[in-house]
Design a protein around this ligand. Structure first.
Ligand code: C2E
Ligand code: CA
Ligand code: CA
Length: 636
C-alpha cells in the first residue's frame, strides 16, 4: 500500500518536471527560432525564414499539447521536428559543415531528458546515418552541398545554437545538482536513522534510559577499569512497590507517567558516572561505578528511597509510591553481570518481604530465602488446584442485643507437610505472585455456599464478611465474579459483606466506582477494614456507598488504660453515626473493653473475648448456644 503510494508520488513528481522542462525547452527553442527568422529576414532569405516560421508555429501547437498534459506525445513531436529541421539545414545548405549541425547534440541531450531510450537510439542512429550519408554523397559527387561563405551570419547562428545548448545543459546540471543534494540529504537521513536505531536498541523507549543491553556493556567496561584500580562496582536493583496496582487501577498512561518521573528522579539522585537503567517493567538497575566505601552506597540507597517516595501527581490525584532495593557488589557476590543482577534481585525481594521502602545487601542466606519464596509460590499454586484451603469463622456480636449477627470468614491453608498456615504468611505473597484472585474466588464461593446453608437453617438475617484484596478489584472482573457466585449458590446479596482496606478506596477512578456501584446494586454490603490506620483524608466515605467501619484492633487493644485511644474511638463512632455508618470494633479480648465499647455506643464487635475464628461445625454450635443463652438473658 505505502509502496504503491510512494511510487505514485515519484511518478507524479517526475511527470511534473518533465512537463516543466519540455515547456522550458520549447520556449527557448522558440526564442532561438525567432532570432534565426529575424536573421534570415535580414539576410533576405525568405524561403528559409518561412520554413522556420512554420516550425515556429508548429512548436506553438506542441506547447499547447504539452499544456494539455500530453507530455509524451509533445516531447516526441518536438524532438522529431527539431531533428528534421536541423537535417533540412544540413542537406540544403552546407552539409556536415552547416552551423545547424552543432544543434544535433542539443537535441540528443533533450531526448535523453524528455524522451525514452528507444527514441534516443532512433534519433542517434538517424542523425549518424544522415551525417554519414551526407558526407558520402558529397565525397562521391552524387550530391554537392554548397559551403556558406558568410562567416559572420554563420557565427551569429552558432551563438544562437550555443545559447540553446548552454541553456539545455544548465537545466540538466541544475537537475543533476538537485538530485545530488537529494541523495546527500537521503544519505544523511539514513545515517541518522541508523544511529537512532542503534540508540533505540540500547535504550528504553518510554524513559529513554539505557536498557539491560547497554547496562551489560557498561558493566563490562567498568569491570576492566575497576580491576586495574582495585575498586568495587555496586549493582542496585530497584523495584517499585505496588506499581502494578496503580497501573491496573488508573490505566497504563498513569503508569507510564510515573515510570518516566521515577526514571528522572533516579538520574538526579546519582552521579553522572553512574548508570541508571530500566531493566524491565517497574524494575530499574543502577550501576555504581568504582565505589570504595559501602557507607556512600547506603546513603545513595536512602536518597533513592526518599526520592521515589516524593508525591507524584496525575490528573489532580496524588500518589505515593515506595520502592524496594537490593544491592550486590563485585567481586564479593560475583564478577558476572547476570549473577550480580540476580543476587541484587534476591536482596530486593528481601527488602520487599519486610514491607518495602528499604534496601538490603545481598548475602548467601538470601538465596535460601529466594528458594523458599519460590517453593512457597509453587506450593500455593498446587494448593489452589487441590483446594487445600479452608475457612474459619469469627462471630460478630451485636452489642445492643448481645447476639451473633454474622461472621467474618478467614482463610487457612492446610499445607500437606507444614500443617495449618495463617493468612499473614501467604496472602501478601499470593498477591505478589498474582494468585490472590483465584484464592479470593474460592473464598467467595465457599462463603456463599455456607451462608446459604445457614440461612436455610433459619438464620435469616445472617451476614458473612469476606476480606477482599485490592488486587481483586484491580483485575476488573470482581463484579461478575460476585454476581455469578451469588447466582450459583442462590444467595441474596444482602447476606454478603466485602471488607476492604482504606488504601483501596483512596483511588477514586471511574472504574472502581462503577465496579463498586454494580456490586452494591446486587445488595452486597461494604465495610472498611482496619479503619484509622490508613489515610487521614476521609473524602472517600462520601464517594462510596459504605455501610460499616471496622475500627482497627490497634486502637481497641488495652483501651481501658489508654485515654488517647478512648478519645479517638469515641470520635470515630460519633463520626460514623453522623454519616449513618455502622461501627464494628475488632480485637476485643476482655470484658472491660467490651463494656467500654457498649458505653461508646459502638454497634457491634468481634474478638477473642467471644470467640477465636473457628471452623464451621463449631461455629454453628456456638451460634446456637450463644443466641439461645442471650435470649434467655434478655427474657430474664
Ligand atoms: P483482618 O481482616 O484484620 O482479620 C482479623 C484478624 O485478627 C484475624 O487474623 C483474626 O484471627 C484476628 N483477631 C480476631 N480477633 C482478635 C483478637 O481479639 N485479638 C487478636 N490479637 N487478634 C484477633 P487472621 O485470621 O490471621 O487474618 C489475618 C489477616 O489476613 C486478616 O486481617 C486479613 O487481612 C487477611 N485475610 C484473612 N483471610 C483472608 C481472605 O480470605 N482473603 C484475603 N484477601 N485476606 C484474608
Ligand atoms: Ca477483615
Ligand atoms: Ca481488620
Amino acid at each position: 500500500m505505502s509502496r504503491a503510494k510512494n511510487f505514485s508520488i515519484i511518478t507524479k513528481e517526475h511527470h511534473f518536471f518533465k512537463t516543466k522542462h519540455l515547456l522550458q525547452f520549447i520556449w527557448s527553442i522558440e526564442i532561438t527560432l525567432f532570432l534565426v527568422i529575424l536573421q534570415r529576414l535580414y539576410l533576405e532569405k525568405y524561403t528559409t525564414a518561412l520554413i522556420i516560421f512554420s516550425v515556429f508555429l508548429t512548436l506553438l501547437g506542441v506547447a499547447f499539447l504539452a499544456k494539455k498534459n500530453k507530455v509524451e506525445q509533445s516531447a516526441i513531436l518536438l524532438l522529431v521536428i527539431m531533428t528534421g529541421l536541423i537535417s533540412y539545414f544540413m542537406w540544403c545548405y552546407s552539409g556536415i559543415y552547416d552551423e545547424a549541425v552543432i544543434a544535433y547534440p542539443c537535441v540528443l541531450i533533450m531526448t535523453a531528458m524528455l524522451g525514452n531510450k528507444k527514441l534516443f537510439i532512433s534519433l542517434f542512429v538517424f542523425i549518424s546515418l544522415s551525417i554519414l550519408l551526407n558526407g558520402a554523397v558529397n565525397s562521391y559527387g552524387i550530391y554537392t552541398n554548397e559551403i556558406s561563405q558568410s562567416q559572420l551570419s554563420g557565427a551569429i547562428l552558432i551563438i544562437f545554437i550555443f545559447s540553446l545548448i548552454s541553456y539545455t545543459i544548465a537545466i540538466m546540471a541544475k537537475d543533476f545538482r538537485k538530485i545530488l543534494a537529494q541523495l546527500d540529504s537521503e544519505n544523511k537521513t539514513v545515517k541518522q536513522s541508523k544511529s537512532e536505531i542503534e540508540i533505540l536498541l540500547r535504550h528504553d523507549i518510554l524513559t529513554s534510559l539505557p536498557n539491560r543491553l547497554m547496562a551489560n556493556d557498561y558493566f563490562q567496561s567498568s569491570i576492566s577499569q575497576s580491576s586495574r584500580d582495585d575498586n568495587k562496582i555496586h549493582i542496585m536493583f530497584i523495584d517499585l512497590d505496588d506499581f502494578k496496582l496503580m497501573n491496573d487501577a488508573l490505566g497504563h498512561q498513569a503508569g507510564d507517567s510515573l515510570l518516566i518521573e521515577i526514571a528522572d528522579r533516579l538520574k538526579k539522585t546519582v552521579r553522572k558516572e553512574d548508570l541508571v537503567c530500566r531493566f524491565a517493567g517497574d524494575e530499574f538497575i543502577i550501576i555504581l561505578d568504582s565505589f570504595a566505601k559501602p557507607e556512600l552506597v547506603a546513603n545513595i540507597a536512602k536518597k533513592i528511597i526518599s526520592a521515589v517516595q516524593e508525591p507524584f501527581y496525575y490528573q489532580g490525584h496524588q500518589f505515593i509510591c515506595g520502592c524496594s532495593i537490593g544491592i550486590s557488589v563485585t567481586p564479593d557476590d560475583s564478577l558476572d553481570f547476570n549473577t550480580l543482577v540476580r543476587n541484587a534481585d534476591t536482596a530486593m525481594y528481601h527488602s520487599k518481604s519486610v514491607g518495602g521502602n528499604s534496601f538490603h545487601y545481598f548475602n548467601d542466606e538470601m538465596n535460601t530465602y529466594g528458594h523458599e519464596y519460590l517453593s512457597l509460590i509453587t506450593d500455593l499454586r498446587k494448593a489452589i488446584k487441590d483446594e487445600q484451603f479452608f475457612l474459619v469463622y469469627q462471630p460478630k456480636i451485636d452489642l445492643k442485643e448481645n447476639k451473633i449477627i454474622g461472621a467474618e470468614a478467614l482463610i487457612r491453608w492446610n499445607h500437606p507437610e507444614k500443617g495449618v498456615i495463617f493468612p499473614d504468611f501467604f496472602i501478601e505473597k499470593a498477591e505478589k505472585a498474582g494468585l490472590i484472585c483465584d484464592i479470593g474466588e474460592w473464598v467467595l464461593n465457599e462463603v456463599c455456599r455456607v451462608c446459604k446453608e445457614w440461612i436455610d437453617c433459619g438464620a435469616k438475617d445472617f451476614v458473612i464478611a469476606v476480606n477482599i484484596s485490592s488486587k481483586q478489584f484491580a483485575k476488573g472482573n470482581l463484579a461478575e465474579v460476585i454476581k455469578s457466585v451469588l447466582e450459583d449458590n442462590d444467595l441474596r446479596g444482602k447476606h454478603l459483606e466485602l471488607e476492604m482496606t482504606e488504601s483501596l478506596l483512596i483511588d477514586n477512578s471511574e472504574e472502581l466506582k462503577n465496579t463498586f456501584k454494580y456490586i452494591r446494586k446486587l445488595g452486597v454490603l461494604f465495610s472498611v477494614d482496619d479503619f484509622g490506620t490508613g489515610y487521614s483524608n476521609l473524602g472517600y466515605l462520601k464517594e462510596f456507598d459504605i455501610s460499616t467501619l471496622k475500627i482497627d484492633r490497634s486502637f481497641i487493644y488495652d483501651i481501658p488504660n489508654k485515654t488517647k485511644n478512648q478519645a479517638l474511638v469515641k470520635a470515630i463512632i460519633q463520626m460514623a453515626k453522623g454519616l449513618e455508618l455502622n461501627t464494628v470494633a475488632e480485637g476485643i479480648e476482655d470484658l472491660a473493653t467490651a463494656n467500654m465499647l457498649i458505653d461508646f455506643e459502638c454497634d457491634s464487635a468481634q474478638g477473642y473475648f467471644w470467640s477465636k475464628p473457628i471452623v464451621k461445625r463449631e461455629f454453628v454450635k456456638l451460634v446456637e448456644e450463644f443466641n439461645n443463652e442471650s435470649e434467655k438473658l434478655a427474657i430474664s
